[in-house]
Design a protein around this ligand. Structure first.
Ligand SMILES: Cc1cc2nc3c(=O)[nH]c(=O)nc-3n(C[C@H](O)[C@H](O)[C@H](O)COP(=O)(O)O)c2cc1C
Length: 170
């Protein structure tokens, strides 16, 4: 699968087979995150891999969806803002860095036949409590990871290119 094919066919998966994710595949998706670019190459990220059902259960208070809690693996993408690059005008880039790493992870997972679903609508305080994440860290995204139990077909519901691209002016 080439990169464009992965981008074209990847979908958010909200049903997972009760089948474990092989260690090699898990290592590979984490490696994709590790190799991602970040502002000034600061790599302000930490990834928490949740496989223990008891720990997954503790995440229910943060995001209460059965398909999320019961997925074989949950990956929690965290940022350390103090490690991240800050633009001269004060604009912080840690969320951008994390988003890029998460997308690398998501696309590599898809290439390996694994589904993910970016989760943003969680209660950050509950994630931090459940996983012992320190105050100075921020939780940017979570995703379940596992073999899909649904086939949604390629992406179709996007705005047309003419609506989102312009040349040489807004
Ligand atoms: C930043 C971000 C936050 C998201 N948060 C959630 C979420 O909390 N729960 C959920 O089920 N899906 C969430 N999604 C998935 C989107 O709903 C999904 O990507 C979008 O509808 C397009 O569908 P597709 O991923 O299947 O192409 C999120 C996606 C992004 C990029």
């Amino acid at each position: 699968m080439d990169v464009f094919e992965a981008i074209r066919t990847r979908r958010s998966i909200r049903r997972y087979l009760d089948k474990p994710v092989e260690e090699e595949k898990l290592s590979r998706v984490l490696e994709a995150a590790r190799l991602s670019p970040s502002a000034a190459n600061n790599q302000p990220w930490r990834f928490i891999v949740v496989t223990d059902p008891k720990v997954k259960e503790r995440l229910r208070s943060a995001y209460n969806r059965e398909w999320f809690i019961s997925a074989p693996v949950i990956i929690v993408g965290c940022a350390l803002p103090r490690e991240a690059w800050v633009r001269r005008d004060g604009e912080e880039y840690w969320k951008v860095d994390l988003a890029i790493a998460m997308q690398s992870l998501v696309l590599e997972a898809w290439e390996l036949g694994l589904g993910t679903c970016w989760i943003g609508a969680f209660r950050e305080d509950e994630v931090k409590r459940a996983l012992g994440i320190p105050d100075e860290a921020r939780v940017v995204a979570m995703t379940p990871l596992g073999y899909p139990d649904e086939d949604k077909g390629p992406v179709t519901d996007r705005k047309p290119i003419g609506e989102i691209v312009s040349y040489n002016h807004w």
